[in-house]
Design a protein around this ligand. Structure first.
Ligand code: PNW
Length: 516
């Protein structure tokens, strides 16, 4: 009996031995297809303003990106905007068809607040907007592709911005009211659990939008506005988490969490280890620590540094707002998963000289970051291809936050266009390989999302930088979508659930495989 029960194990051991003996080295096994864990999910992502177009269609009102690009057209590099973008408002069926071609398990998209709530508030629900997302979700479900829905991917209604946007603490209620409408309208799809992401990349919302001028609404009030934004955003997120948890989870059975953008910050040498850690705590610890640490609240180093600087500068209180004890508890643990958008790595050195205007975010940090000249990368200046940084980041998340379930909700590479995108393929393979290294060492990573399904409006870069697995032809009224070589490679990874560095795709024809 015992022997019988052990038989499968014995056979497995013998079989793996045969495999290893035949292929000789583990490295070779890897290069013939390194396997992803059972149940691991693959998807691709987009965001509403970047693809939908239909900026004023069927009752949608203005958001901060409409406002900025209409009032200052050349705030973007090519003086273009998202008025039409990929026209997914009309072409969503083609988008789902592409997801089927790739064999994706899920599609991550975001909902436009001003399309659902034209007044910004739930006094009026725009049926046409609801219909659009219902159509998209139903089309996905028809082909067993799970929706991963981002509630907020940067397109705040302009009216709310005029009332201070994320610096107004009333936004915690505005965001909660909007989110509740989405749970009521879209959370009920039977059989499938919807994955909800409350907010995409708080760091970009707050630092880029409020601390600097690199994203709408371009407030550029550094050392102040980004911290106010951070506090309100975290409380808003937590409110929505608890609403879902208490009012919807039991009947809808989905999961809900937040997506943080986190890059890796490597010290230039060991003398700068503390500076790199401090910078990391400001850059994404600011959002991760309140939610994922045991103690909650902003990272201690951040609280200390901003308080000390503020006092020295003559402020009556720290420029970093305090959470109440109740808020700390509400935010702590308010995410079912660690949603992670990761793209690149920087080197860091400590820098205490007075070269920054104070107060400012970087003056508070007292460190600087840069890319060495020899690091190669994509079309975006900030995007260098450093796969080992991904591994170090995933390891730190596992170690610092007690190995939370991690959903990779974005990772990808930019070019200037063209179908032969070998650099993108190298990037994806390198990053997936390092992700597998982290999984092997125990990281609980459950899904991977390529940014992006297709080219789209790349914020201040307009259409000059392309992140798509599919190329989009912006000259054609049909916004024709064509698979790049990387689409064929990603499709094979998804099909085989393995990473094979030697695979060369036949790019002549893209098909939909059986079952999709
Ligand atoms: C993401 N970084 O942002 C956004 O979620 C997408 O909307 C965007 O199109 C995509 O990246 C490409 O830019 C990023 O610090 C946030 O390196 C942070 C970084 C990169 C991208």
């Amino acid at each position: 009996m015992l022997l019988l029960r052990r038989a499968p194990t014995v056979i497995l051991v013998l079989y793996s031995c045969i495999l290893l003996c035949e292929s000789k080295t583990v490295n070779e096994v890897r290069h013939h297809g390194r396997k992803f864990p059972d149940g691991f999910l693959f998807g691709a992502a987009t965001a509403s303003y970047q693809i939908e177009g239909g900026w004023d269609a069927d009752g949608k009102t203005e958001n901060i990106w409409d406002h900025m690009t209409h009032n200052e057209p050349c705030s973007t590099d090519d003086c273009l905007n998202g008025d039409v973008a990929d026209n997914s408002y009309n072409l969503y069926k083609r988008d789902v068809e592409m997801a089927r071609e790739l064999g994706l398990d899920f599609y991550r998209f975001s909902i436009s607040w001003a399309r659902i709530l034209p007044t910004s508030f739930p006094d009026k629900i725009n049926e046409a907007g609801v219909q659009y997302y219902n159509n998209l979700i139903d089309e996905l479900l028809k082909y067993n592709i799970e929706p991963v829905v981002t509630i907020y991917h940067w397109d705040l209604p302009q009216k709310l911005q005029e009332m201070g946007g994320w610096t107004n603490s009333f936004i915690t209620d505005w965001f909660a009211d909007y989110s509740r409408v989405l749970f009521e309208q879209f959370g009920d799809r039977v059989k499938y659990s919807v994955y909800w992401i409350t907010i995409n990349e708080p760091r970009e919302v707050c630092y880029q939008g409020y601390g600097t001028n690199t994203k709408a609404p371009r407030l550029n009030i550094t050392g102040m506005a980004e911290y106010m934004c951070a506090k309100n955003l975290l409380v808003a997120h937590a409110k929505v988490y608890h609403i879902y948890d208490q009012e919807f989870r039991a009947t809808q059975g989905g999961t809900i969490g937040i997506t943080l953008s986190a890059q890796w910050y490597e010290p230039e040498n060991e003398n700068h280890a503390e500076a790199a850690e401090t910078l990391l705590q400001f850059e994404w610890g600011e959002y991760a620590h309140p939610i994922f640490s045991k103690t909650g609240d902003f990272p201690p180093v951040m609280k200390e540094k901003v308080a000390a600087k503020s006092a020295a500068q003559g402020f009556p209180r720290s420029r970093l707002p305090e959470f109440t004890a109740e808020e700390i508890e509400m935010v702590r643990g308010s995410s079912d998963f660690f949603g992670l958008n990761h793209y690149t790595t920087y080197l860091v050195y400590s820098n205490e000289s007075l070269e920054y205007d104070a107060p400012s975010y970087y003056d508070d940090i007292e460190a600087k970051l840069y890319h060495p000249n020899h690091w190669s990368g994509g079309a975006s200046v900030w995007l260098k291809n450093i796969p080992w940084g991904f591994y170090k980041l995933l390891t730190k998340i596992r170690e610092d936050y007690d190995n939370p379930p991690v959903y990779i909700t974005e990772n990808g590479f930019s070019t200037r266009g063209g179908l032969d995108d070998d650099d993108r393929i190298i990037y994806y393979r390198g990053y997936l390989n390092e992700m597998l290294n982290a999984i092997e060492e125990g990281s609980d990573i459950r899904m991977y999302t390529a940014w992006s399904l297709m080219d789209n409006f790349e914020w201040m870069r307009g259409y000059t930088e392309r992140f798509g697995l599919y190329e989009v032809d912006y000259e054609s009224p049909e916004r024709t979508r064509t698979p790049r070589k990387s689409a064929f490679v990603y499709k094979e990874i998804v099909r085989t659930r393995a990473l094979d560095f030697n695979y060369e795709p036949d790019t002549t024809v893209m098909t939909i495989d059986e079952g999709h």
